[in-house]
Design a protein around this ligand. Structure first.
Ligand code: NAD
Ligand code: DAU
Length: 360
């Protein structure tokens, strides 16, 4: 495979995947296709933007004609599809945008790939990046014990049971991808991953939002009682898993990707507060008073926990970073890159896109 289309490469996870592929595979041409929504930020890729094996294309995956043109123009052999609307709270307010991009956009890409490849599947691959949220919610059967907080885990055969408009749209896109394999024979792979954390995450998501609020002495809005449980994976470990699966994963398979690293939100938040205070030179407990309990998220899933043993067994992947190390690295990165954060929160980063592309 030579020409790889990575969609959503200007976003959080996509930027790490693009960086890894550009660095590791100088023999590939990496085409980063991104619409540059509010979540897309080319500053995430400053360090690799001049590489000869990297091309950026601004386009909307829902624009089917444009997708067909791009598959032909770059003679695309492989797709790693990350472009999506990704924030659950936004999906509750605006489900249409999620259905449009995540469902219709994925379908438009699939159809463009099918037209271009025209039944010649040899050497081709369509890899769709999805989420553990499609499986629904697990029960918290050990709410007060040490993690894991329950006996059940999502496996690759867990039935889909999405609850939010976001997870419903991702579930639908997963079904379309599998349908293109089953109906037309397209070589597809789907992976479902747990919560990612690390550098370049848009500060609407829990970890960067809270780091930034602590920096600014602003309240930390904990939904409900902070008892919901998530499994956290360092983003570079996810990118490494994507590399391994793209090259060695079995066609038509699903792989779960997770950190075996469950945290109750409130416990995680206390670790973040402590780490930011320590690395900022504040006395312990300095920012603890910012924790503020607010109304719960509608339909808030109690617990996500991923069993990624299949991936370990078949392809030898497992997380490389302990959580303590990952969270330290992450907090340090946001504190050392205040400019990145401030350009987003002040809206300054919009100006760049207005100058370059006439706005978003
Ligand atoms: P993100 O919101 O940070 O980035 C999404 C990117 O997609 C942005 O650059 C945006 O501009 C682009 N995009 C959105 N709509 C588009 C469109 N119509 N056409 C072209 N580009 C468009 O998201 P993320 O957190 O990096 O997530 C990436 C993918 O991984 C998503 O598919 C998400 O469902 C999945 N995922 C995320 C997590 C997580 O914890 N963040 C976990 C599991 C799976
Ligand atoms: O599980 C994978 C999913 O993880 C991805 O598919 C999504 O794209 C990604 O956004 C993430 O979804 P979550 O909803 O779990 O992530 P978020 O960072 O929004 O919230 C994490 C937890 O923290 C969740 O239980 C809600 C809670 N929360 C979140 C925010 C933003 C708060 O208590 N307060 C907040 O302000």
């Amino acid at each position: 495979m030579k020409n790889i289309l990575i969609t959503g490469g200007a976003g959080f996870i996509g930027s790490h995947v693009v960086r890894l592929f550009v660095n590791e595979y100088p023999e590939y041409r990496i085409v980063n296709l991104d619409k540059l929504t509010y979540a897309g930020n080319l500053a995430n890729l400053k360090d690799i933007e001049d590489r000869p094996n990297y091309t950026f294309v601004r386009a909307d995956i829902c624009d089917y004609d444009r997708m067909c043109e791009l598959f032909a123009e770059y003679d695309i052999d492989g797709v790693i599809h990350l472009a999506a609307e990704s924030h659950v709270d936004r999906s509750i307010k605006d489900p249409f945008t999620f259905a449009r991009t995540n469902v219709m956009g994925t379908l438009s890409l699939l159809q463009a790939a099918k037209n271009r490849w025209n039944g010649e599947w040899e050497g081709k691959r369509f890899y769709h990046i999805s989420t553990d949220e499609v499986y629904g919610a697990l029960e918290l059967t050990r709410p007060d014990g040490a993690a894991p907080y329950g006996d059940e885990f999502f496996t690759e055969t867990t039935k889909y049971d999405p609850h939010s408009p976001y997870s419903a749209s991702k579930a639908s896109s997963d079904h379309f991808v599998r349908a293109f394999h089953d109906t037309y024979g397209m070589p597809t792979i789907v992976t479902n991953c747990s919560n990612n954390y690390g550098p370049y995450q848009f500060p609407e998501k829990l970890i960067p939002l809270f780091i930034n609020n602590i920096r600014r002495g602003k309240p930390l809005p904990v939904y409900g009682r902070g008892e919901n449980v998530r499994d956290w994976l360092y983003v570079e470990d996810h990118a490494r898993a994507i590399d391994v699966i793209f090259h060695r994963g079995r066609i038509a398979e699903t792989y779960n990707i997770g950190g075996f690293n469950e945290w109750k939100n409130i416990d995680l938040i206390k670790v973040i507060v402590k780490t930011v205070d320590r690395l900022s030179g504040n006395p312990e407990g300095h920012s603890a008073g910012l924790i503020t309990y607010v109304a719960d998220r509608a339909g808030h899933d109690a617990r996500y926990a991923i069993d990624s043993n299949k991936l370990k067994r078949e392809l030898g992947w497992e997380p490389s970073l302990q959580f303590e190390e990952g969270i330290e690295k992450t907090v340090r990165w946001y504190l050392d890159n205040e400019e990145w954060m401030d350009s987003i929160t002040s809206g300054e980063y919009e100006k760049y896109y207005t100058e370059m592309y006439g706005g978003r």
